[in-house]
Design a protein around this ligand. Sequence first.
Ligand SMILES: Cc1cc2nc3c(=O)[nH]c(=O)nc-3n(C[C@H](O)[C@H](O)[C@H](O)COP(=O)(O)O)c2cc1C
Length: 255
Amino acid sequence: MSTTVIDQIHRHASVRDYTDAPISRETVESIISAGQRAATSSNMQAFAVIAVIDPETKSAVAHLCGDQRHIVAAPVFLAWCADLSKLDRAGELRGLPRHHEYVENFLVAAVDAVLAAQNATLAAESLGLGTCYIGGIRNDPLGIVDLLHLPKLMFPITGMTLGWPRKPGTRRPRLPIEGVLHWDHYEAARVDTALLKYDQEMAATGIYNHRQVPAPGRSGQMEEYSWLEHSARRIAQPARAGLREALHEQGFMLE
Ligand SMILES: Cc1cc2nc3c(=O)[nH]c(=O)nc-3n(C[C@H](O)[C@H](O)[C@H](O)COP(=O)(O)O)c2cc1C
């Protein structure tokens, strides 16, 4: 990988503010084609992407994704889907049994979808476009299935807005490398140090508006709301509890 690619990767920031300028179909195709070049399990390419450009459909998508304004503002919304339906067809065409019930097959398809999505993100950013992933696509996955006419064995994994940035996104620092990289074996102590260091670094950015919150275990004391509190609150919430049923409905039995 050339240093220019690495530099571009380090400049990444999600963009949520877009101009009205359209994106040509050729540009969208070249971005998706770059997405397709990502590695894919056994070359099965078990994903599909729906590019939503019709404003009414895009508004309906935005509503299903929790009324996120940047979906309406962006000229293109990409719905990245796990797609075992084309492998089902391959099995049918070749007269072989099809096993879609395994967790493994769902994971294969979901991983294929996100690898392609991330390649597409880098391609888009290289053209000066901005993107923002939209996990809100899993708020009401069966609503998305209906709206985008997804057949059985297709499931929306992540959405993505695509547009010309009006304003660049805020570049968020990442964990120190000790928080994610371990040599030869996992070392929990390194992670703890990294989390505390990162919490302070994020507090200093002002991204969380320097809010104060009660310090856990120290009655009456306040401390700055930062990444630890933010992430802890996130994981304290139920997370899209109906997903298993929605997956079953789409034919992913997860056995
Ligand atoms: C799978 C996934 C789902 C996401 N869902 C949303 C979303 O629904 N809405 C949103 O505004 N940002 C969403 N994001 C963007 C993250 O908030 C963002 O990547 C993260 O805060 C780090 O910021 P950065 O991308 O600017 O570095 C999502 C990111 C990922 C990877």
